[in-house]
Design a binder for this molecule. Structure first.
Ligand SMILES: C[S@@+](CC[C@H](N)C(=O)[O-])C[C@H]1O[C@@H](n2cnc3c(N)ncnc32)[C@H](O)[C@@H]1O
Length: 444
């Protein structure tokens, strides 16, 4: 159905004009060692939202709330990941990242051997054929994270290992994300007419739902709530699905999504990546059993951003909206489970700490699907990645652990408790998240 609604993705229909590769290298090099943009103005947290968080999260997170609160209230301490684009040539950026002391988050497969990966030839041939520019559509305004623009301090590559430090048995990935132990913020890449972007800045915890989805070449994948497209780009870095349907009902955000896809993916992928505009709640009916994998990166409270609501009124509006979100989230998750084939998986994720939008949603929906079960991400993701992220595991409401606990580092002990998902809680020195994820498999 989405094919008829949106026969060609907007990013495919557009032609764009080129700029030389050397120019982009020059732009990047000129950033080196400079103190970049300074913060526009120091944003203050919204008191009513903070108050609400204090009440809810001190109860839900216990002792873990105070350090999480400290991180959320200190944007300069937030960390940023740099996800490279395998469809662009990234040698110059990689060098720059290494020189600044960034290192790889994940063990790598050899990206050069992947289909569609002919980086420089894609960006220099396919895209330069077109004329005109899409710059009028480009969302150049800074994302909310720009609250924390940091001086660009130089660290020496020799002091930081280049390779990922994850256990050897952690699955290799073609997803190249560089992170830094310190809260350095690599500069955003401006729009480059005629060229694909080389990297995407993100909260590295946003990659975890994509890792949990385990997309393989040839899969049919639905990104149910897709804009602005960060996870869609990450999916296409991880594998080459036969189909990635990026769904976004909000027209303004869908335009943003299309722009992201256009900036990161070569036109040669246009037959595999589509944009649709459905209300995600209806997809389970219209596309029942069609997909191998569905990501529900649900509309949620977005704690980082909501804490900095522009004024009391906006904060209050959001808190009222917050109470209505679990219903929508449960409807989306039900729809997603209906849209996967038997044996297929759904990953449900949010960027809030709220258990009402996380484990409670998963628990409610599972009651309606006796043929679906939650899989154990604790051992697969939380334990191996606990060096970088602070995870807690979430029992059901009638659960076994009255008090959440942090995933211990360097522990291989198995965790036999039934879990509804894992939650990345920002902590000093591990200032990633919030990010909740749960993987649900429909029995085959
Ligand atoms: C958290 S954002 C998704 C972020 C995106 N996955 C990414 O990584 O860039 C949630 C998105 O869900 C969309 N949304 C809201 N209601 C929806 C619905 N009924 N069906 C599908 N998507 C919806 C919102 O417009 C928003 O763009």
């Amino acid at each position: 159905m989405w094919r008829t609604m949106c026969p060609k993705p907007p990013w495919f229909l557009t032609s764009i004009s080129g700029r030389s590769g050397s120019e982009s290298v020059l732009r990047q090099s000129s950033m080196k060692g400079k103190v970049r943009k300074t913060c526009k103005s120091k944003k203050l947290p919204c008191p009513s939202v903070l108050n609400h968080f204090d009440q809810q999260y001190s109860e839900e997170l216990g002792d873990l709330w105070a350090p999480a609160r400290a991180v959320l209230l200190d944007p300069p301490s937030w960390q940023y990941g740099v996800m490279l684009n395998r469809f662009s040539s990234v040698a110059d950026i990689t060098q720059l990242l290494l020189a600044q002391g960034f290192s790889l988050l994940l063990p790598q497969t050899d990206v050069s051997k992947l289909p569609y990966n002919n980086a420089s030839s894609v960006s220099n041939s396919t895209h330069q054929k077109g004329k005109g520019t899409l710059s009028h559509l480009y969302f150049s305004k800074c994302p909310p994270e720009d609250l924390s623009l940091q001086p660009f301090i130089t660290y020496h590559a020799s002091s930081q290992p280049h390779q990922s430090e994850l256990p050897l048995n952690f699955p290799q990935s073609s997803l190249q994300c560089y992170i830094h132990l310190h809260p350095l913020r690599f500069p955003s890449q401006p729009h480059r007419p005629g060229q694909l972007k080389q990297y995407y800045l993100l909260n590295a915890a946003s990659l975890l739902p994509v890792l949990a989805l385990q997309v393989r070449d040839g899969d049919k994948v639905l990104d149910l709530c897709s804009a602005p497209g960060g996870k869609a780009v990450a999916i296409m870095q991880s594998a080459t699905p036969d189909l990635l349907c990026c769904n976004e009902p909000d027209p303004h955000r869908r335009e943003w999504l299309a722009k992201t896809l256009e900036s990161f993916l070569p036109a040669s992928l246009s037959s595999r990546v589509m944009v649709s505009a459905q209300d995600g709640r209806s997809v389970g009916q219209s596309e029942s059993g069609f997909y191998d994998k569905v990501l529900v990166d649900a509309p949620c409270s977005n704690d980082r951003s909501w804490l900095y609501s522009s004024d009391r009124h906006r904060g209050q509006q959001r808190l009222e909206h917050r109470s209505r979100l679990p219903l929508l989230q449960a409807q989306l998750l039900r729809s997603a489970i209906s849209a996967v084939r038997p044996g297929g998986v759904v990953v449900y994720s949010t960027c809030t700490l709220s258990s009402l939008e996380n484990s409670a949603v998963v628990e409610t929906v599972l009651n309606d699907f006796p043929d679906a079960e939650v899989e154990n991400l604790w051992e697969e993701i939380a334990l191996p990645l606990s060096k970088y992220f602070a995870f807690i595991s979430l029992p059901g409401h009638a659960g076994i652990d009255p008090q959440p606990f942090l995933c211990p580092q360097n522990v291989s002990a198995s965790c036999s408790h039934h879990r509804l998902g894992i939650l990345v809680v920002p902590q000093p020195g591990k200032a990633w998240g919030p990010m909740f994820l749960s993987r649900i498999r429909k029995k085959g």
